[in-house]
Write a protein of this length. Sequence first.
Length: 339
Amino acid sequence: MNLSLGNLKLASSIIQSPMAACTDLPFRLIAREKGLGFSFLEMVSAQALVRDNAKTRELLQSSPEDKPLGAQLLGCDPGIMAEAARIIEDMNFDLLDLNLGCPVRKVVSNGEGAALLKEPDKAEAVFKAVKRAVRKIPLTVKMRIGFEDPSGREAVEIAQRAEACGFDAVTVHGRTQKQGYSGTADYAAIGRVKQAVKIPVIGNGDVVNAKSAREIRALSQCDGIMIGRGGLGNPWIYRNLDGAFEKENLHYVPSIQERRDTLLKHLNLERSLLGDRQAALNTRRIVVWYTAGLPNSKTLRVSVCRTTDMDEIISMVGDFFSALPENAPPPVAPLLLAE
Ligand SMILES: Cc1cc2nc3c(=O)[nH]c(=O)nc-3n(C[C@H](O)[C@H](O)[C@H](O)COP(=O)(O)O)c2cc1C
């Protein structure tokens, strides 16, 4: 199934969410090689971008094959958000999303992220300023269903205001700010947003396999599905979820050898693109993703955390996979991982 976000036409309606410290360039290159179409990179602070913070510029690192790609801004000051939006457009991103979902206390206490769900007038001022600043690229908003209220009422209000300001789509994660990552995503509440607007609604939350993908679509009637944690260590998920909506219900299970090769390629990309030190730190997380559910994975994780020598880490990963039986369980999403 395809998905149109303003002038951006996507062949697949399965997209990757922005995830801080996860969806970096190596992650996206691996995911695209295995079938991902549209991806986000992680949120960046509008204020930091406007100040030309070096770390923020690094987070926006991309490459010609890393397309189509969306950037996401966090902030609540209309003027700063507009200025940052202009910078994003000039950097040739394919889409700009505004973050109205981040539940982290420090962010919310600044009036940013999910805090804007309680302030529709402030959110609208941001939407208007950003819309005026951006000339060509599609604009979207990613939000939770509400701050504390789980009914979806707040998300409906925000989505309607975004639509009225000329935004091209909204994404709704079926949890409140208060819930954080606990409980389960409420797909019916996402459906209330879908019924309230004409622009496409992308459903998000707990989609990890064909069953959950069919469920979110059936219960919310969403136009697209955004995968978050389900894509970590499982770059095969995008094609499999596309397959879940085809008549043949295609499902591909990678062999242990392919999983090993993919993880090693991911680690080598981290190394070549980010340098050995950063790669070694990121590896601690990445190894957890790819080995979740596999026998003896805990021992590997502990060993990987004891060194920053990438050659040693790569040889540990190789040994771990060589010791696995060919019929080891398929990839699973590390669902307990939260921000
Ligand atoms: C480690 C981590 C980092 C995240 N970073 C972002 C982010 O930068 N921007 C954003 O909008 N959402 C962020 N999220 C939320 C996810 O994009 C997604 O909405 C949420 O995890 C629910 O989807 P899932 O159940 O498929 O993971 C993050 C989530 C996690 C676990």
